[in-house]
Design a binder for this molecule. Sequence first.
Ligand code: ADP
Ligand code: MG
Length: 224
Amino acid sequence: MSVESAIMVKGLEFSIGKKRILKGLDFSVPRGKVFAVVGHNGAGKTTFFHILLGLKYQTAGEIQILGRSNEDWRSRTGIGYVVERPYLNLDHEFVSFLRFHARLAGVPRQREVFEKVAEEVGLAGHLDEGLSTFSKGMLQKAVLAQAALGDPEIKVLDEPMSGLDPESREVVKRQIQKWREAGKTIVFSSHVMEDVELLADEVLILEDGEVRFRGTVDEWRARP
Ligand code: ADP
Ligand code: MG
């Protein structure tokens, strides 16, 4: 099946009671690009990701992920996800952390699967080490490895750079660039325009649940 957009969003609404949180979003995410969702706190970025991942359902409108509706559970298998505040239990070994997430994601729990993602993020040879022995940068790689389980075409990262030390930020930036080179689609949210200009091909500016801007980074820079 050939699908042009990685993600297609049409008339997307999300309300809690009378409060409209997403107010009719329309946009698409092209395949193989880095797509940034930018907005202040409370703009609706995380809510959008939760709907995309099937953790919440929209009030109205539709989402297609690689041609499948978000209401079809199989759409979830095309997406790797790093939550806004990842949790790592430092009492575990790296491989147990991956095993746990593989179970959640419905990915086969075989040694080769874990070796592949460890290699992908630059942690080859560290699978059996305890997370308590990892540096901050290595912990950040471990978090990213989890999103690579099952080799999903789309990676969704919710504020992947916020609150990190410089080394960990570099880890995230480099991994986003590596995934892009490998032809993956990356969707990340941020409220820091500098990171966005450096990393993203396309930008969506979300303000209070509405799209304020959608275009390339160059178009964003050239706006009046
Ligand atoms: P962002 O990730 O851009 O900071 P969120 O998607 O977390 O924004 O939040 C969007 C809006 O939805 C905010 O106004 C927030 O207060 C509201 N919101 C999120 N979750 C709930 C909830 N469970 N109940 C009520 N309001 C919520
Ligand atoms: Mg958020």
